[in-house]
Design a protein around this ligand. Sequence first.
Ligand code: GLN
Length: 495
Amino acid sequence: YAEPSTKTQGHPRGLYLLFATEMWERFSYYGMRAVLVLFLTKAMMMDKAFASKFYGGYTSLIYLTPLIGGYISDRYWGNRRSILTGGILMALGQFVLFAAGSAYGTPLGQGLLYLGLGGMIIGNGFFKPNISTMVGSLYTPEDRRRDAAYTIFYMGINLGSFIGNTITSLVGDTGRPEDFRWAFLACGIAMVLGTGLFQWGKNKYLHTPEGEQVGNTPVSSPGIKGVYMILPVMLALALGFLWIDTTTFSVIMPLLILSALGIAALVLLDKSLTAGDRQRVYVIFTVAFFVVFFWAAFEQAPASLTFFADEQMNRTIFNYTLPASIFQNLNAFFIVTCAPLMALLWTALGQRGLEPPSPLKMVIGLGLLALGYLVMCFGVDDLQPGIKVSMFYLVGLYFLHSIGELCLSPIGLSLVNKLAPLKFSSLLMAVWFLANAAANYLAGFMSSLYPEAGKPAPNLFGYEITDLYSFFMVFVVSAALASLILFLVNRKLVK
Ligand code: GLN
């Protein structure tokens, strides 16, 4: 138990410090991302296909660097120093984007854009894995409040996303290209607030129930020298991003696949694992594979779905035209409002012995994803040129996707936690991040197939994407197939 003076409604105060820190950080991440593709297409004059790939390349690297940041933190820096470093880099990155937004349309603006995003990629690598693990370290391993703590933390994530997205859409996505910079400025300020708050409260609130300080020291320390070998790798990654163009985007995917295969070999060839351990590792890889299909379709939100909202959807309500980028916000809104209901539902089902096992919940999650896109297909079926679609199709999609996310995302992390052999727990968590990285890359690639009038129809393995109907149908089919196959193997996985 935490001592009474540091408790808030049954949870240590440290949880609320991490909640608030992560809230500001997600404000910055999702707020910036919400207007990114519009900034790229409307101010930086990229075409939609390139902007989509650019977005996918950026977010995919955002999920790749936590592998390195987590490693440095585990072995050399500890959580606190990593979070501070990451926070400062991300704030600087946003301010550089603010400068890029002020110099949009010039070569200087272009350079600053890459520099700012590069800073965010490295910063996030330090920040994100560390803030998440600190939540758990506030509790003893047996403490049953830990799951609830992660649920509260997930609320912080989405609350931050909601506030951030609302503000950046309103100040940045105004129809005037020079306004995007205000969105980046707001995100920079949010990052300063989050990091400052963390610095202010960390010594006071971040300790174990026994009062021992958390996150000051690395978990394992084989000497300080190795860090000098890893930092250049981080730098190379960020610089690689600086020079990314249409051709070099293709480097990312092989890199991810090779990393995943490397980790699989490393783990499975380890002689000390039992046959049971190995089977659990197979389950982690299988589940991670299916999760790729989920996020690849889900993360269309700031890309193709925002193009759609921008050009093909009636956004006027009571004589006020809503910014296109604000609709992604429905995801965070539905998560915050529906998460408690879903928790109640699982508990009620659990009491009757009917709560689905984790793989089956993922089947449902993927199914809801397919359903969301099916709703869109109805909306855009036989769409005449120049006619705009009602916004309720997109609202329906975000509702179904958010319920799907609640079935799949929160349990994924704990599943990996439970199944990974202790020796490889961080490495297998890395597999989870890799799945996200691959998914985000694919999300960008898929969004680049968004059909445009007057341009040749994009082609996916011989399938012609002639209109929005055939575009959204790709996601219906891929998510439904993934759901079906996972359903067929789910008993085996549960076993
Ligand atoms: N929305 C969650 C977050 O930002 C999960 C995202 C993900 O795992 N792809 O942390």
